[in-house]
Design a protein around this ligand. Structure first.
Ligand code: PGA
Length: 269
């Protein structure tokens, strides 16, 4: 018998796509096409589309997320958006995405402060980690992900992260070489890494050996490969980029995630 049932989550990261004029329609279409029991659905549009997507999803159980937050609550930070500013607009946020690490030179230490700021403001937070291709080829993938986790989560008190909310804090394992390339990781490789991630969470001080923390896979997830990931018991869903802009793709991805959710529910029943 499985002691706990981790939730199954499918989050769409729209990145720098959509406008306030068209984001609501896309969100509404995806919502209608992804009504599957047991799957937590989240859409993360650009900041300027948050209000439109929130309005379009009102009355549904699809959550709205931001793609990033600043590590401070207020201050002289031109162009930045803080976690408390998102009140009423978003209930989730992504932090530490590899595109932010790359383009905004975000460090693990800074990303850790963002996690604390986001959780402090009550946002459900997805922390992204993942190695570059050179790291994987050199056999350093685990070392890199381990360093990212310790660097961002090590300094804080793990008790503050998830709290009592089973989806308050989750991790997305996103190998950088798989993001936007059409070249996904193998399900078994992702599962190996996610096992290592949970071991690191346990070493950092997360309770239950890290087993309570949902860990998603991200990187070229599509209807054609979602099965490979959802078949792995350690993988709790997907962070979807390009395919999350396509309703047909999202419908198929969430439908497959729903099979895992149903199987988990049956296993604890
Ligand atoms: P992708 O992006 O699905 O387009 O590879 C995933 C992500 O960056 O979260």
């Amino acid at each position: 018998m499985i002691r706990t049932m981790r939730p199954v989550i499918v989050a769409g990261n729209w990145k720098m796509h959509t406008t306030p004029a068209d984001a609501g329609d896309l969100a509404r279409t995806i919502e209608a096409r992804t009504r599957v029991d047991g799957v937590v659905r989240v859409l993360c549009p650009p900041y300027v589309c948050l209000a439109a997507v929130r309005d379009a999803l009102a009355g549904s159980d699809v959550a709205v997320g931001a793609q990033d937050v600043h590590h401070e609550a207020t201050g002289a930070y031109t162009g930045a958006i803080s976690a408390p500013m998102l009140a009423g607009l978003a209930t989730w946020t992504i932090v530490g995405h590899s595109e932010r690490r790359r383009d905004a030179c975000e460090t693990d230490e800074l990303i850790g402060r963002k996690v604390v700021a986001a959780r402090g403001a009550g946002l459900r937070t997805i922390l992204c980690v993942g190695e570059e291709l050179a790291d994987r080829e050199a056999g350093r993938a685990r070392e890199v992900v381990d360093r990212q986790l310790w660097g961002s989560l090590g300094p804080a008190d793990p008790a503050t992260f998830g709290g009592d909310d089973p989806i308050g804090f989750s991790i997305a394992y996103e190998p950088v070489w798989a993001i936007g390339t059409g070249r996904n990781a193998r399900g078994s490789d992702a599962a190996d890494m996610i096992g290592a991630i949970r071991a690191t969470l346990a070493a950092i001080g997360f309770g239950a050996g890290g087993e309570d923390v949902p860990v998603l896979y991200g990187g070229s997830v599509a209807s054609s490969n979602i099965d490979e990931f959802m078949a792995e018991p350690s993988i709790d869903g997907a962070l979807v980029g390009g395919a999350s802009l396509k309703p047909d793709e999202m419908a198929a991805i969430v439908a497959r995630a729903g099979l895992t959710a149903a199987a988990r529910a049956a296993a604890v029943a």
